[in-house]
Design a protein. Structure first.
Length: 97
């Protein structure tokens, strides 16, 4: 799988809800109503990621969860990451920013 150019990543991010290219990955931070809502979203994303064998980096800070996507084996952001970002959007919906 080939790494996307910065322009391709930026174009894809523009079509996604709250995603941006940052530090070599595709990232989205979401603030949930409660800590447990965030944990539940992480669990649902983790189950999907395991089934897809493509795992985001996940950072949990109280009610804010940050998902970061990069295909480490390819050395950058690929279409697989863009697809997972779409999947995460479908799984978590629009709970916050």
């Amino acid at each position: 799988m080939s790494v996307l150019t910065d322009e391709q990543v930026d174009a894809a991010a523009a079509e996604l809800d709250g995603w941006k290219r940052s530090d070599g990955s595709l990232r989205r931070s979401i603030t949930f109503d409660t800590f447990l809502d965030g944990i539940d979203a992480v669990r649902r994303v983790a189950e999907h990621a395991e089934a897809q064998d493509h795992h985001p980096d996940i950072d949990i800070r109280w009610r804010t969860v940050t998902f970061a996507l990069v295909t480490h084996s390819a050395g950058g952001i690929t279409e697989k990451d863009v697809a997972m970002a779409r999947d995460i959007d479908s799984i978590v919906g629009r709970p916050g920013t």
